[in-house]
Write a protein that binds this ligand. Structure first.
Ligand SMILES: Cc1cc2nc3c(=O)[nH]c(=O)nc-3n(C[C@H](O)[C@H](O)[C@H](O)COP(=O)(O)O)c2cc1C
Length: 336
């Protein structure tokens, strides 16, 4: 460093600038393929179409790129993190097992990226400990795959920032997580509620059927204990009503260890409700792309984990699930 700048702090500050990740490739005079991971890529000019990137002078491929007349830039897709890591390691056969096509000047073209630019070198500039390459774009492809992002030394996803996040937290009501989760839950449940109402059933019946779906054969006391996480209680009358409707059966009637079980009709109805709930989920996720849906699930699971410490033992997740559950069956049936 020529000035009194702390190299680590400088690197950290630069890392605040979020970039994509590219792999730049070329074919050497020796006929071999060369390439490296670079996030210094940027657009330069529309007319003529030009891009740039910079190469560290310590890079082993510097002599090859310095002599090359062409290079290709691959903007990596979100699922190409391993390719980024592979091309960031010197001294390995980076192209082993990669499907390759050939572009202008015989440059190797890799598959699976978000976009690809074939370039002719028009300028090389000294830039301190890097060399800046400016290329004229001769050909490009765009593949409409979500890109891999790089920020603060970590890989990331790109997620569209929508208007409704702009003022999140602006007031206690619509910024409070509890409100947002409850609102999302009740809205998501509307098709299920509609179906319940058409059968003359209530929320408490749904709660009981849901817990039984996670594994039936529970006593009324057990059902009451599990359902009470929702704030509702299960009484003998509630179960009696479900028995009358032919949805559940109670063996050893009258004894306090009486066990509540699905009847055939009850099981079929629970599966129908499950299908309605799944369809509601698909509708809710319609405006989310794959990554957003993944991120939402991930974050909700984190919230569940971070708030689980206060749960009494009987509300721990494992107590809800039994070996024989309709949900697991439905998932397995779906997957096969
Ligand atoms: C996300 C990421 C971005 C990088 N960006 C650049 C860059 O813009 N320029 C550069 O010279 N090296 C960059 N590197 C480091 C090179 O990929 C690495 O030094 C590589 O080993 C050089 O390969 P070579 O020695 O085979 O030429 C980056 C590495 C990573 C992981």
């Amino acid at each position: 460093m020529t000035t009194a700048i702390d190299a680590m702090q400088f690197r950290k500050a630069l890392g605040a600038f979020t970039t994509g990740v590219t792999v730049v490739t070329t074919n050497g005079g020796d006929g071999k393929d060369y390439g490296l991971t670079a996030n210094s890529f940027n657009s330069v000019s529309m007319d003529p179409p030009m891009v740039l990137w910079s190469l560290g002078k310590k890079s082993t491929s510097l002599p090859v790129f310095a002599a090359a007349e062409h290079f290709a830039v691959h903007i990596l897709a979100a699922d190409q993190e391993s390719m980024s890591n592979r091309f960031a390691k010197s001294g390995t056969d980076k192209f082993a097992g990669c499907a390759l096509a050939r572009g202008h000047g015989g440059v190797p073209l890799l598959d699976g990226c978000s976009a690809r630019f074939e370039c002719r070198v028009v300028h090389r500039y000294e830039g301190g400990d890097h060399v800046i390459f400016v290329g004229e774009v001769l050909n490009f492809d765009s593949f409409n795959r979500p890109p891999l992002a790089f920020h603060g030394g970590n890989y990331g996803f790109v997620m569209k920032k929508s208007d409704d996040t702009a003022d999140a937290g602006s007031s206690f009501g619509d910024g409070w997580l509890g409100f947002l989760l409850a609102r999302a839950y009740y809205q998501l449940l509307m098709p299920v509620r509609k179906n319940l109402a058409s059968q003359g059933l209530r929320d408490i019946d749904y709660n009981v059927l849901t817990v039984l779906s996670m594994g039936d054969g529970r006593t009324i006391a057990e059902l009451d204990q599990l359902v009470s996480i929702s704030g509702s209680r299960v009484t003998e009358e509630d179960i009696g009503m479900l028995v009358e409707r032919g949805l559940v059966s109670l063996d050893r009637h009258g004894s306090k260890d009486a066990v509540v079980q699905f009847t055939g009709a009850g099981r079929r109805y629970a599966i129908e409700l499950l299908a309605i709930a799944k369809a509601a989920q698909s509708d809710a996720e319609e405006n989310l792309d794959y990554r957003e849906a993944q991120v939402m699930t991930l974050l909700l699971k984190r919230v569940i984990r971070s708030t689980a410490a206060a749960l009494p033992d009987h509300w721990q997740r494992d107590h809800f699930w039994r070996g024989q559950s309709l949900w697991r069956d439905a998932v397995t049936t779906h997957a096969t």
